[in-house]
Design a protein around this ligand. Structure first.
Ligand code: FEO
Length: 167
């Protein structure tokens, strides 16, 4: 495996792991504030990011590369509002998308079509996750400070999230 691509894939392992821990911290914060629906949503997002990370670990090993299991960043664990929580969700997803684009760019530069093909799954996944994060933030912006709106958002988060692909 090309060493630049190997390094980028190892970086991506770290970004997915950081996202998993960040969403775990967001789930725990939501849980502590009584937003059980939002907590479940982020527990599940955290699990998904862990799957993204593990998929990369297995792929690099299958391709004969060297995996470096990374040290992780301390996640942000307190939020001023639900709006701040979901802004963090969107910015985290945008960051991951940008990093995936860097991997794709390098794959084309180095003509590594195998890794390029593998990364297409991540491109599709990011499109969906970014759209979902934007939809949720848009809804929160409509709700504003309305407490009963927050109650309904917490209750209906999965329905709102799943509607993001239909627009
Ligand atoms: Fe796997 Fe949403 O980053």
């Amino acid at each position: 495996m090309n060493t630049t691509i190997e390094k980028l894939l190892n970086d991506q392992i770290k970004y997915e792991a950081n996202a998993s821990m960040q969403y775990l911290a967001m789930a725990s914060w939501s849980d502590s504030k009584g937003y059980n629906g939002i907590a479940q949503f982020f527990y599940s997002q955290s699990e998904e990011e862990r799957v993204h990370m593990t998929k990369l670990v297995k792929f690099v090993n299958e391709r004969g590369g060297v995996v470096i299991i990374p040290e992780l960043a301390k996640p942000i664990d307190t939020f001023k509002s639900l709006n701040a929580l979901f802004k963090k969700f969107l910015s985290s997803e945008i960051f991951v998308t940008e990093q995936i684009n860097k991997v794709i760019f390098e794959c084309l530069e180095k003509k590594d079509y195998n890794v390029h093909n593998f990364m297409q799954w991540y491109v599709t996944e990011q499109l969906e996750e970014e759209a979902m994060a934007r939809t949720l933030l848009d809804k929160l912006n409509i709700i504003g400070e309305d407490k009963s709106g927050h109650y309904l958002f917490d209750r209906d988060i999965n329905t709102i999230a799943n509607s993001s692909g239909e627009e």
